[in-house]
Design a protein around this ligand. Structure first.
Ligand code: GLP
Length: 240
């Protein structure tokens, strides 16, 4: 694992955006794996700046988001589709049909998951995957479990994840109890991965991810096995 210590959140975002920009400049038809949550917001802001400055062009790129809540439609303000449109897609020149996010309203979950994996495969896999880190070690919505997951699947969200994400909803009871997520195998098949982690509240879990045993009960520990992972974290998150 390559670990970069940034001085603060702003520097994390700059470094992560530079990785993505470099990927797009080197390979304009790159397939990017994208994340939601609070952590990537500053990364997307910077990518929009780079795009406006003419440094990067998204017209040939493809994106696959990690996850989506089951039961939320694309127009729902807390859906990840809505988040991505607002924070990034509406501000750049990516063709709409190059954007992929699981459909939270799909009537056929198995088909939804199969098609998602098939689409990623058809693109030749993810070139660069951006990840955040959940407080219980989840990546995407791959919650702690007795074994690592395979491809895209439907998950029941843990109570701690629903509590953590309640801040985006009026109340916790509104947080969906299920989500679609790409699997650990899908994430591990990415050619390279960057994980961004900020803040003191992530120090315990980040320490386990870096120093602990590889263990599906802390899903992000699997990243120790990937040869091209870079963790970009601030001093606070790395303080343990
Ligand atoms: C959510 C998302 C994850 C994200 C995690 C951490 O549960 N599904 O993809 O990485 O939360 O979010 P944050 O960056 O807000 O701490």
């Amino acid at each position: 694992m390559n670990i970069i210590e940034a001085k603060d959140y702003d520097e994390i975002c700059k470094i992560a955006a530079n990785y993505i920009a470099r990927q797009l400049i080197a390979k304009p038809c790159s397939t990017l794996g994208l994340a939601t949550g609070s952590s990537p917001i500053g990364v997307y802001d910077r990518l929009v700046d780079y795009y406006n400055d003419g440094l990067i062009d998204f017209s040939g790129s493809y994106t696959f988001n990690l996850d989506e809540y089951v039961g939320l439609g694309r127009a729902h303000r807390q859906s990840y589709y809505y988040y991505m449109k607002k924070k990034l897609f509406n501000k750049i020149n990516i063709p709409r049909d190059h954007i992929h996010i699981p459909n939270g309203l799909s009537k056929d979950s198995d088909k939804e998951c199969m098609c998602y994996d098939e689409c990623i495969r058809a693109r030749g896999g993810i070139d660069l995957q951006l990840l955040g880190l959940g407080h219980n070690g989840h990546i995407g919505f791959n919650e702690p479990s007795s074994k690592f997951s395979g491809g895209t699947h439907k998950v029941a969200l843990s109570d701690s994840t629903r509590r953590a994400n309640a801040r985006f909803f009026a109340e916790k009871s509104e947080v969906p109890s299920e989500a679609y997520t790409v699997g650990i195998k899908t994430i591990m098949q990415s050619k390279s991965i960057i994980m961004i982690v900020s803040g003191r509240d992530k120090r315990d879990i980040l320490s386990r991810v870096i120093n602990g045993e590889v263990d599906p009960r802390v899903p992000a520990t699997v990243l120790q096995l990937h040869p091209f992972v870079t963790i970009i974290a601030d001093k606070e998150a790395l303080s343990k």
